[in-house]
Each structure stands twice: as C-alpha cells, then as structure tokens.
Design a protein around this ligand. Structure first.
Ligand SMILES: [Zn+2]
Length: 167
C-alpha cells in the first residue's frame, strides 16, 4: 500500500516553501514510490510539496512528448539559466484536477540538482520538459501554475484564486 498520496488544491501544503535539504537525502525506496505515484496519476512531474513533504525534491519525465518514461529524481533543484525565447504550454497539475491553463515560460532551461546517490548533476531541457522543470520547481516555492497562467482554458470555475491574465 502506498504511503504517499497527492494533496489537492487548496491544501495549505501547496503554498508552503521548501527549505534547502542537507541530510539525510530521501531514500531510494521512497523515490521509487514517489515516481510510481506520479506515473499512476498519469503525471509527467511531481513535487514534494504535493505530497506534503517539506524536503525539496521533484520528479520530472525526460522528453515526455516522445513517450519516454525516463524520470529524473532531483533534490534541491536550482535553475541555472533560462532562454530568452518563450513558449506557451497548456499546463495541468496533479494537485489541481480538472483545471488547465495557458502558461508562458522560457523555451529552454538549465537546471542543477543533487541525485539520489548524492552527486551533482546538470541537465538542459526544452519545450514541454522545460515547462515541467519550471512548474515543479515553482511548487517548491509554493507557486502554482494558476498564479502564472494568462488564461484558464478548462475548470475556471474551480479556481477561486485566479484573477485572470496575470503575467
Ligand atoms: Zn503541479
């Protein structure tokens, strides 16, 4: 039985900020379960805030539009650089079921993080994967995509805090 469950908006956990994680790192079994919870919910990303865990970590699927199922488990992720070119993706969130919106974000991103074995890693992501990294890192700051969406496309009646066209 799964001990991890996804919290739904407006749970206060989603608005908390995560602190920098020193030790101990999440264990491998925990990470595998976290990723499984994300996959079972048909998500391509998940952040610790969404399961009520104060430690800063996220899971992100690499190249999701290619049907890839390789997932990066990233502890203390940091945005190193973003492109000036922007993209618009229709985003959803496992913590905001039924709500979708258009979000403008950088087209490309470089992120550094700590892996499960404690080593440092850097990745470069583009397109939907870049949006996913930025979406999940936002979660660690208590920021939701509805805060950045310039248009809610589906489920607008479910979003009490959406003031519309906020860039
Ligand atoms: Zn989300």
């Amino acid at each position: 039985m799964s001990v991890i469950s996804i919290y739904s908006y407006p749970d206060p956990s989603l608005r908390k900020k995560s602190n920098e994680l020193t030790l101990p790192l999440p264990g491998k079994d925990y990470a595998i379960e976290f990723i499984n919870v994300m996959r079972k919910a048909n998500g391509i990303g998940l952040a610790s805030r969404q399961v009520g865990d104060d430690r800063p970590f996220i899971a992100v699927t690499r190249n999701p539009e290619k049907g890839n199922d390789e997932v990066e488990f990233a502890i203390n992720p940091r945005i190193l650089k973003v492109s000036r070119d922007l993209q618009i993706q229709e985003e959803g969130c496992l913590s905001l079921p039924g709500i979708w919106g258009l979000v403008r974000r950088p087209e490309e991103v470089y992120v550094s993080f700590t892996t499960l074995d404690g080593s440092k890693k850097k990745i470069r992501a583009q397109g939907l994967e870049a949006a996913c990294w930025l979406h999940e890192i936002d979660h660690l700051e208590g920021v939701l995509f509805i805060d950045r969406a310039f248009k809610i496309t589906r489920g607008v009646d479910l979003v009490s805090s959406f003031h519309g066209f906020k860039l």
